[in-house]
Design a protein around this ligand. Structure first.
Ligand code: PMP
Length: 283
């Protein structure tokens, strides 16, 4: 890994100098929140939406916002630019900060905020030819709407997926699919795209949100309704959405082949529509 320029608590610095305390509550308790935004054509994509969600996550767990959205957006763009990223991502994390270890909020504590960038192929993603996903029980807490860094359940789920040769874990609860380990899941049946309604059971993905608009543009009907694993097995198409994978066709769920094992036409329309919008916004 080459040395990157990172940002930590207001300053840009080489990765080797970006250190946080062993008493940081992000490290001790997973007491922090984060965002990941794509970089396309060298420009941040939908940073405003990501920063609105970050502010909400912080509010929900009572971490104050030391920087405003405009400052963070400019900083994230600069992190991408300084590292020469044309396609990739910027990661931004805010923790409650470092203090003597005590579960409840310390009286005197200042948030730790940091960001780094990483290159990743987005327009020409080899996964666009279809990925396998691996179903696992959803064992997470009941506030999955908060983009928390406490993600042991997803770490275990995605490791199980990798061990079964799958790209992503698909979590399910009471027979219903909740979402992917780090993505939202959709199915297509008779030309209609279904995804689980927004609730505290899932993260309201920014990409999912954007796809609601893209679907309108490209003439795909969307219904916000939960679906079972069996409905996913039998679907015409399945797809995943996330900021750093955009739209990916799912062609296999566990042992079940989906949609004849090839990407379907609705998925392709949504992916192409998403890419066209990304190109438009970053031109
Ligand atoms: N669900 C979970 C659990 C995630 O971690 C992510 C990735 N941040 C998503 C959905 C997709 O959200 P977004 O489109 O904002 O990347």
């Amino acid at each position: 890994m080459s040395l990157r320029t990172c940002w930590l608590n207001g300053s840009f610095m080489a990765e080797e100098h970006a250190h946080v305390s062993i008493f940081d509550r992000g490290l001790l308790f997973g007491d922090g929140v984060y965002e990941v935004a794509a970089v396309f054509n060298g420009r941040l994509l939908d940073a405003d939406r990501h920063l609105v969600r970050l502010a909400r996550s912080q509010r929900e767990i009572g971490i104050p916002a030391p920087y405003d959205g405009a400052t963070l957006e400019a900083m994230m763009q600069e992190v991408a630019t300084r590292n020469g990223i044309t396609e990739g991502l910027v990661y931004l994390q805010v923790t409650r900060g470092a203090a003597e270890r005590d579960f409840s909020f310390p009286a005197e504590v200042h948030p730790t905020a940091f960001a780094y960038a990483r290159a990743k192929k987005l327009s020409d993603d080899p996964n666009a030819s279809g990925v396998k996903v691996h179903p696992v029980p959803d064992i997470r807490w009941q506030r999955c709407d908060i983009k928390s860094t406490a993600m042991l359940a997803q770490v275990m789920a995605k490791q199980a997926a990798r061990e079964s040769g799958a790209f992503e874990a698909i979590m399910h609860e009471n027979g219903l699919v909740t979402e992917g380990g780090s993505s939202n899941m959709w199915i297509v049946r008779d030309g209609v795209a279904y995804t689980r309604p927004t609730s505290s059971d899932i993260l309201a993905g920014i990409t999912r949100d954007v796809i609601f608009d893209v679907a309108d543009e490209v003439g795909v009907k969307v219904v916000r309704r939960a679906f079972t694993l069996e409905q996913a097995y039998a679907a015409d198409e399945c797809l995943l959405t996330s900021a750093t994978s955009f739209v990916l066709p799912v062609t296999q769920i566990g042992q079940h082949q989906v949609g004849g094992g090839a990407p379907g036409p609705i998925t392709k329309r949504l992916r192409d529509g998403y890419l066209a919008r990304a190109a438009r916004l970053t031109a």
